[in-house]
Design a protein around this ligand. Sequence first.
Ligand code: MLT
Length: 209
Amino acid sequence: MEFQTLKYIYQPANRVGAHTLLLLHGTGGDETDLLPIAQEFGNDFNILSLRGNVSENGMPRFFRRLGMGIFDEQDLTFRTHEIVDFLTKLSAKEGFDLTKLIALGYSNGANIAGSLLVLYPDFLAGAILYRPMQPFQKIDLALKNTKQTPIFMSNGANDPTIRPSDTASYVDILKTAGFEVANHTLPIGHNLSREDLRLSVEWYHKHFN
Ligand code: MLT
């Protein structure tokens, strides 16, 4: 299968050398979904928001799944390479710095961002993962991030789709690989809350301003 381009929205910042917030929506969302959330982080970064290339009964996603929380890992691998290829070409076209990408993903978007961390461990400058799941059942223990890349995660204690023990082992794997992970468990479910935003905005300013 050939790589395809992705639909996107790009909004450049008014300054040179800015980071780029890479927005990755959840299942059934699109490239407009997370724009209001990005605004909460300020306005000194470029915004690049993607729409996933996979359709599940008309709902956009970033990769196929075989069931709830059961990922088609072959497709996930292909789609991850496809996004890296797309971003590399797009950075030349739009003029953003490929080394200054901070992913911000919700649910399915957090999971494709997690796959980027695993398959391209030094590619992202940071990642905000709301309601993430471990992208691959088995992750090579030789996984190595050489930049202590900061990762923010927030999960819901009452989220029926994600087991807390699975999150704990995912966090361990990322930490062991060298990522600097800040993980929060909130007393809520799968939906985003003001507290997710408050904590992630605070984390962002600590690491990137
Ligand atoms: C996924 O498929 O990525 C997760 O199950 C989250 C979701 O999109 O529902």
